[in-house]
Every structure is written in C-alpha cells, then in structure tokens.
Design a binder for this molecule. Sequence first.
Ligand code: ADP
Length: 261
Amino acid sequence: WHLARALPFIIDGEIVRWFGTNTDIHDQKEMQRQKDDFLGIASHELKTPVTSVKAYAQVLGAMLSKEGEEKKAAMVMKMDAQLNRLTNLIGDLLDVTKINSGRIMFNKTWFDFNQAVEDCIQDLQHTTNRHILVMDFKDTGNIYSDKERIGQVITNLVSNAIKYSPQSNRIIISTERDDKMVTVCVEDFGIGIPDDKCGKVFEQFYRVSGSKQHTFPGLGLGLYISNEIIRREGGKMWVNSVEGKGSTFCFSLPVDISDTK
Ligand code: ADP
C-alpha cells in the first residue's frame, strides 16, 4: 500500500524518478544543501574584497590624520565602522553554513573564564556612550573550551542587550560557578520579548516582528549561532524576558566537557 503512494515517472519505459514521500524529502534536503552551498560560496567570495577595502580604508584614515585632514579622516573612520558591520554579517553567514553542514570547528584550551568575559566587555564598552556595562562576577576559575567562540557568544549577547535597550543605561553581566558548570547572564532593561516569542528567538533567521522591533537592524542569526556553539560545547542557553521591561539571556557551560560524559 505504501508503494502505491509513490508514483513512478516513466520516460521510454524507464523510471526516471519517483514522486512520493521519499522523493520529496530527498528533494527538500537537496534544495537545502544547495542553498547552504550557495550561502557558503557567496559569503566566502564577499569576505575577500571587504577585507581588502577595509585595509585600504585604514591606511587612508591614518594618512589623512597625519596630514591634519581630521574631517576627512573622521569620514573614513565611519566607513571603517560600516565595514566592520559588513564583516560581522558575512562572518555570521559563514558560521551558519559551517553549523548547518557540521563543519564548525572548536579549538579548545584552558582559560580564565571571568577574564575572557571581562575582555569582551571592555571592548564593547567602547561601542556605547549610553550604557554602563556593570560586571558582577563570582569566582569561576578556568574552563576548557574554545575561548574565541565563547567570546563570540558573550559579544553577541551584550551587543543585543545594547541594541535592544536604547532607552536605558545599564546592563548587568554576572558570572557564577558550581561543581561542574560556569554560568553567565546578561541582563538588560530594554524592550523585552513577548512571552510567546521567547522560545523562537534561537531559531535561524527569526526576528520578533512588531512596531518597536523593526527599527533595529539585524539578520536574526546571532542567537541561532550562539545557541548552537553553546550546545555543541555541552552547555545550554535560555532567556527570561518581560515585554517592555527587559531581558536576561544566560548560558551554562561545563568546566571541562569530559566531566559531563
Ligand atoms: P538580530 O539581532 O540580528 O535580529 P538575533 O539572533 O541576535 O538576531 O536575535 C533574534 C531576535 O531576538 C531579534 O531580532 C530580537 O527580536 C530578539 N532579541 C534578541 N536579543 C534581544 C534583547 N536583548 N532584547 C529584546 N529582544 C531581543
């Protein structure tokens, strides 16, 4: 009976393909693979010229500064800041293709967790005049993980906290540790997320829609990538949020993934 549901498509007495459940799933997977391949190639090809333009912009900015052309140098700095945004967007697209094709790599070492969080926060403090990034750290010691990837996750959560809280001026980043796990939480007092949307924000390309949200730029990839990194490192990520009041994004990571096995 099942076979009867798969219809053969015959040319010159030969079955050239089957229409039915299996074929459709196969087609869908193939389309998804082609989409991922295209995204991977396109973002890789975009990365090279952008990197080159960025290098020229930096040299040009330095030359103009040296010649006392401060106004022109400031314009080139603005170009450079936009190029950074472009580089980050391309980086996110590349990460998504790596995650979806299972090619994402982790380079693990032992490192001081609080120090890594603090380094990210210090970099991000330069990007905002409005917000004070408050650090509330408990002793966490060292963890065995990919420092750069974990830094990417912290940067994403704090950048979101900055972006989605334009009317408030405080963001609290806290860390703690128990026997096996370290936990970091990023609390903002911004626009918040409606209850029924909280579960969706970790999905690929998902962005909360609504009158307030559409003014914020983004592709809806940062939380998907962050959640996948944490999951693959043996941890978990979650969010508590009240619409109009603010959000707290947290993740926990095993101190050493071999402990959890
Ligand atoms: P992006 O910010 O590029 O849209 P993300 O994957 O980082 O993508 O976030 C997905 C969506 O989750 C955002 O579009 C936004 O609607 C919501 N979101 C994420 N972080 C916050 C936050 N701190 N406060 C309110 N909404 C948030």
